[in-house]
Write a protein that binds this ligand. Sequence first.
Ligand code: DC
Length: 221
Amino acid sequence: MSGHVVIAVDGPAASGKGTLARRLAAELGYAYLDTGLLYRVVGLILIRQGLDPADENAAAEAAIVFDAATADFNDPALRDEETSKAAGIVAAFPAVRAALVDVQRRFAANPPGGAEGGAQGVARGAVLDGRDIGTVICPDADYKFFLEADIEERARRRVKELRDRGDTVILNLVLQEMKERDERDRTRAVAPLAPAADASVVNTTNLNADAAFALAMSLIR
Ligand code: DC
């Protein structure tokens, strides 16, 4: 390794991992990668091509041709419920996961950016959030956090996020969808959602973003 720091933040949907990971990256001046977006991009490609996200060959093909350099990670459709569902389906396919390993490991090994960093264009560290960062993608990460929260609380957060965006959503449907996605993430054969043995597990059900951030920083420092 090149001497920089890698932080893994894993957990289920709306556990607060994205908020924490982004904040750690900003505070520490590290590069940040939301790895869920990679699976979302693959899911959205299939939706837009009129293909079934459950079509394993089509999903694998989309993941293989996926190019992080040209993908539009700001497309609002990436956050749609339909895309969330498709992402969860494609993420269970081993060939899709295998195709996306390198882009994640390259990011961890050579975090882009870093005005304050060491070598030109390389940040001093990387924060990656996802489901399998601490277990599969970066098992040697310097710090590992696994966030969790009660599913009802996570569904409420997700509803707020979608309503803030202007979407009309029903709590019970979001809750049902989240249960299905959790189940798929936790029970899939390859890289299931689970805390690494050496991860700090943080339950955010009654912890706001500031408290989760303060706790993570105290563990890092
Ligand atoms: O974190 P998210 O909700 O944006 O993730 C979208 C889907 O991708 C979710 O069903 C889990 C899956 N995913 C994964 O399997 N591995 C990751 N490292 C990140 C996300």
